[in-house]
Design a protein around this ligand. Sequence first.
Ligand code: 6PG
Length: 245
Amino acid sequence: MIMDKPNLKVFETVDNLLFSLADSFVEIGNEAIEEHGRFNVVLSGGSSPKKLYELLASQAYRNKLDWSKVHFFFGDERNVPANDSQNNALMARKALFEPLMIPEANVFAINTSLSPEKAAEAYMETIREQFTEESVHFDLILLGLGDDSHTASLFPHTTVLKEKEASVKSVFVEKLNTDRITLTAALINQAKRIFFLVYGKEKAAAVETIFGKVRDAEKYPAQLIRQDSRTSWFLDKDSASKVES
Ligand code: 6PG
């Protein structure tokens, strides 16, 4: 590890990053299971986390957590069928759930067979049913970062950015000409821990916007995510190359 700011962890290689994040994932998981009998974790989509899911399902980690007590949710989903290669839940199913034989009852995927609006409503209902407390506090939320500084499906200049409610919303993303279903920033910010998993030099400019002086969440939506000691950034040196040490 080169630099360890309160919530900024920069690694020489992506592998070092993934092993460190996997260690923290199982540590938080075991603490949550110890504390309240289950680990409520929100997974990220996109391509970056696939290697992490494969690592968690590997010999190195598969015996480090009681996976029968892990409940999986998703931060966002594309408006595509469950068997579509672009479906985030399908990616996690192949990389993590199937290799670990995670019971279907522990997987809470967004139901994209419904309209985006109905899928968002239904998902918030599903989440509420899994939490006894009034407000929902996931143990850990895993997020990625797009090169346009979007996270989950909180894209620049979209309606969902103005949402103050801790909820799940559908949003039309003009630049992708498609709908997405996403947790709102308010719901994400209620999590006990937030991990950003970001690597590759193409992400360096976006990472810089998070820690930079220009504050404009409409333009850089990941700025909506709270930045305190409960939020950790796992970066490789390329994606961190524009962040001042
Ligand atoms: C999604 C993700 C999204 C992702 C970023 C980064 O559904 O696409 O949830 O927020 O994390 O787009 O994606 P990559 O990891 O593929 O660069």
